[in-house]
Ligand binder design. Structure first.
Ligand code: FES
Length: 88
């Protein structure tokens, strides 16, 4: 049975379902802005949800990850991506 777990995004405490992918967990928690675009600095978030677009790049416990392909666990500390995080 799924369990509610605590995690954080840019220091903001959130809760989600263990086993969800991070993109889904963040959307469910009301967080859609995961990083800024390299050129215009516009808000970017999950788009394809299958690992193709790289729009969901975030830092998870210090490692660069695709939010849509990373599983939520209790206590994860997630930080928004930055321009330098995305390979061009
Ligand atoms: S939403 Fe496209 S790679 Fe994650």
């Amino acid at each position: 049975m799924p369990q509610r777990v605590d995690f954080s995004f840019d220091g903001v405490p959130l809760t989600g379902w263990a086993g969800d992918n991070l993109a889904a967990a963040l959307m469910q928690a009301g967080t859609r802005r995961l990083r800024d675009s390299p050129r215009a600095g516009q808000a970017r978030g999950a788009f394809c949800l299958m690992g193709s677009c790289q729009e969901c790049i975030v830092w998870v416990d210090g490692a660069r990850r695709e939010a849509c392909r990373t599983t939520l666990h209790a206590g994860m500390a997630i930080r928004s991506g930055t321009i330098a995080d995305v390979a061009v």
